[in-house]
Design a protein around this ligand. Structure first.
Ligand SMILES: CC(C)(COP(=O)(O)OP(=O)(O)OC[C@H]1O[C@@H](n2cnc3c(N)ncnc32)[C@H](O)[C@@H]1OP(=O)(O)O)[C@@H](O)C(=O)NCCC(=O)NCCS
Length: 229
């Protein structure tokens, strides 16, 4: 079997003009989300509403970007660089972000608008990043729907997806004139075992919320008093 590698892709910001491609991507995304609900029902809120592509929420509130980890053939130059295929290379080992060092975001390469790879590859993981609401606190970003298929877990994919989303949010935040960005996510009550994993990646428990715990991570800029509110 030929070696494969897994790359992180940003889904196109608007639905592709080619309807066949659009349906294909949408099918893959929903298939993975269905798999997420089937295999880890306790991890996700039934109130989930996010759409596939960069979008506003149904109430016009926020923008969202979804990232997919997509398995496909390994290019020759990648093999030469890494000396191996799946699971190795830029995403291996421990992330740079460690507990207490919340400023460091692991650099994860994100490919944009590679429709061929998105259509032909196997999607093994997803995560969605949501921008702060226009009229709210401009620094508060939200992460949801982090999911990796069971067979692809424990190879650093979850960490890479999370870091890709946070890194993207940090860059978007800077484009909006904000050096400091705060990220939040919710861990459902039935899934609190994952809290330690987030903590190792620089997140901390902020407190309880409806249905579980809220976690946060701040990146960049000066600490402000309102960060703890
Ligand atoms: C959480 C998740 C995304 C991690 O994906 P991954 O690709 O396995 O992540 P990584 O390879 O970067 O890290 C693996 C580590 O995560 C930890 N981990 C993941 N889920 C965990 C859980 N529920 N409880 C305890 N530890 C967990 C393990 O400690 C593992 O480390 P180990 O290999 O030393 O045992 C994946 O397990 C998943 O999709 N879970 C179901 C959905 C979910 O819980 N999403 C998060 C919603 S808040």
């Amino acid at each position: 079997m030929s070696p494969t590698t897994t790359r992180i892709h940003l889904l196109p910001p608007t639905p592709p003009t080619d309807r066949t491609i659009e349906i294909c991507l949408y099918h893959k995304l929903t298939a993975l989300r269905h798999a997420a609900l089937r295999s880890s029902p306790a991890a996700f809120s039934p109130l989930y509403r996010q759409e596939a592509f960069k979008c506003t929420t149904p109430d016009g509130r926020a923008e969202a970007w979804t990232f997919a980890a997509v398995q496909g053939p390994c290019a020759k130059n990648e093999l030469e660089k890494d000396g191996k295929g799946e699971g190795e290379g830029e995403g291996d080992g421990q992330g740079e972000a460690r507990h207490g060092e919340v400023d460091k975001v692991e650099k994860v390469q994100v490919l944009e608008a590679d429709l061929d790879a998105l259509v032909s590859g196997e999607w093994v993981g997803i995560v969605t990043l949501i921008a702060p609401p226009p009229a709210g606190d401009e620094r508060r970003w939200e992460i949801n729907w982090l999911y990796v298929l069971p067979h692809a877990r424990r190879k650093g994919m979850g960490r890479r997806l999370l870091e890709a989303a946070v890194g993207y949010g940090v860059r978007e935040s800077r484009l909006r004139g904000r050096e400091r960005a705060g990220f939040r996510l919710q861990v459902a009550t039935g899934n609190v075992g994952v809290v330690g994993w987030y903590e190792r990646l620089g997140w901390r428990v902020r407190g309880e919320c409806v249905g579980g715990l809220e976690m946060e991570r701040w990146v960049g800029g000066e600490v402000e008093a309102s960060d703890r509110v």
